[in-house]
Design a protein around this ligand. Structure first.
Ligand code: FES
Ligand SMILES: [Fe+2]
Length: 426
């Protein structure tokens, strides 16, 4: 059973919290590089781990992420002018560079050097895989750049999107490692969604007779779920979970691979990132159009925002007739929004003291344990796992194996990134 204290430990990620300190030891994706398309373009707001920040691309093309609020009297720098190598507050014109250093206070004589004494909080950034990543931890522990396969394939092989989820990150992430829900919640879509259909796996995955086996790995764990395939064989869906909140979803046939990461915005909202990539080919126009119009794991968003069109305020556009007819199991359209609707329905922070876990929740139990252990160990000075980029160079897989064959050993090669090789998938 999860106690109130354990739930607090797992779900609180603001400054000073143990889990927040753990998240601050990783590079975290915060916005799409295309949101800052050119030097001196308008800044974007960045809310992450309960800190409010603003990002801008300076005249030289360099991206900076600094405290959102001006050191003078606290105006939001989202309103600032991005010009001549810095961000100039729209209120009284104080100006900051990408490191947060104040470089001009127009009201003070330059010779006083007053501006040198003013510096905003700022964080290191990198651009990788069309995404801007932030590192908010101690400078001496800054890890090398992440190497998830979706970040290293050519740009045409990849499609990335993000949406705001109105729940704590943990219950969202727990959905990502709970492979049993797809036989219920996503049942209709496995056969109809163009990015999932057309594989034997999408037929086998509909079986509700799923058994879990979980194996801990250096970066997190692999979750093998087996379902009956042809007589004498089992269909294995093997998910990767990588600390602190990355997942790789098992593929369906030759369709592109999918993954997520959940990044806390604050304790009651998170950013759900969706990655689709193919290791050996560019995504087709048809695939890109599906994803841009809210198919696959990518949601349709309200223009100019990251809030889905189907959201809490309109009951996720639930269609009870489609639910009754079995076109969708929940009445909600699209895999992304099915997950969002259900996970947001659990309350902003799920009260885990009231749940009843069963054997198919093994991955959820282990992930919680691993996160809690890592957060507490960090307080004692022990470095967390999955800092090493080698732990990112893994894949999910979907295999048919003879009954009795241990999945982890049989899938050893399939679970590695092999340059130029397709995913192992049925
Ligand atoms: S509040 Fe920003 S310059 Fe005054
Ligand atoms: Fe799901």
């Amino acid at each position: 059973m999860t106690t109130r204290d354990q739930n607090e430990l797992l779900t609180r990620t603001g400054p000073g919290s143990a889990m927040g300190a753990l998240f601050r030891r990783y590079w975290l994706p915060v916005f799409m590089a295309s949101e800052l398309p050119e030097p001196d373009c308008p800044p974007v707001r960045v809310s992450v781990l309960s800190e409010k920040l603003v990002a801008f691309r300076n005249s030289a093309g360099r991206v900076g992420i600094v405290d959102e609020f001006c050191a003078h009297r606290g105006a939001s720098l989202w309103f600032a002018r991005n010009e001549e190598g810095g961000l100039r507050c729209a209120y009284h014109g104080w100006k900051y560079d990408v490191t947060g250093q104040c470089v001009e206070v127009p009201s003070e004589p330059a010779e006083t050097g007053y501006c040198k004494s003013i510096k905003l909080v700022s964080y290191p950034v990198i651009e990788r895989g069309d995404v801007v990543w932030i590192y908010m931890g101690p400078a001496e522990h800054r890890p090398p750049a992440p190497e998830f396969e979706w970040t290293t394939v050519p740009a045409g092989h990849r499609f990335v999107s993000r949406r705001v989820q109105e729940s704590n990150y943990l219950q969202a992430m727990e959905g990502g490692i709970d492979s049993v829900h797809l036989s219920f919640l996503h049942r209709g879509d496995l056969r109809s969604d163009p990015l999932h259909a057309g594989s034997k796996g999408s037929d086998y995955a509909s079986s509700t007779d799923g058994r879990f086996e979980v194996v801990e790995t250096p970066g997190g764990m692999v979750i093998g779920v087996r379902r009956p395939a042809d007589p004498g064989f089992l269909y294995w869906r093997i998910t990767q979970w990588i600390m602190p909140s990355f997942t790789m979803i098992p593929p369906y046939g030759k369709n592109a691979l999918n993954g997520h990461v959940w990044v806390p915005i604050d304790d009651e909202t998170c950013m759900t990132w969706n990655f689709t990539h193919h290791p050996t080919r560019a995504l087709t126009q048809a695939e890109l159009e599906v994803m841009r119009s809210g198919g696959g794991n990518h949601p349709a968003l309200i223009h100019g925002t990251f809030r889905p069109i189907a959201n809490r305020d309109n009951d996720y556009l639930i269609d009870r007739a489609a639910q009754k007819a079995g076109a969708t199991f929940s009445g909600v359209k699209g895999i992304a929004m099915q997950d969002a609707a259900i996970q947001e329905s659990m309350g902003a922070i799920q009260d885990r003291t009231r749940e009843h876990l069963v054997s198919t929740d093994n991955a959820v139990i282990l992930a919680r344990r691993r996160l809690a252990r890592a957060a507490l160990a960090l307080r004692e000075g022990m470095a967390p796992d999955a800092i090493e980029p080698a732990t990112h160079r893994v894949r999910s897989a979907a295999l048919v194996l003879p009954e009795g064959v241990p999945f982890y050993e049989a899938a050893a090669e399939a679970l590695k990134v092999t340059e130029g090789a397709e995913q192992a998938s049925v």
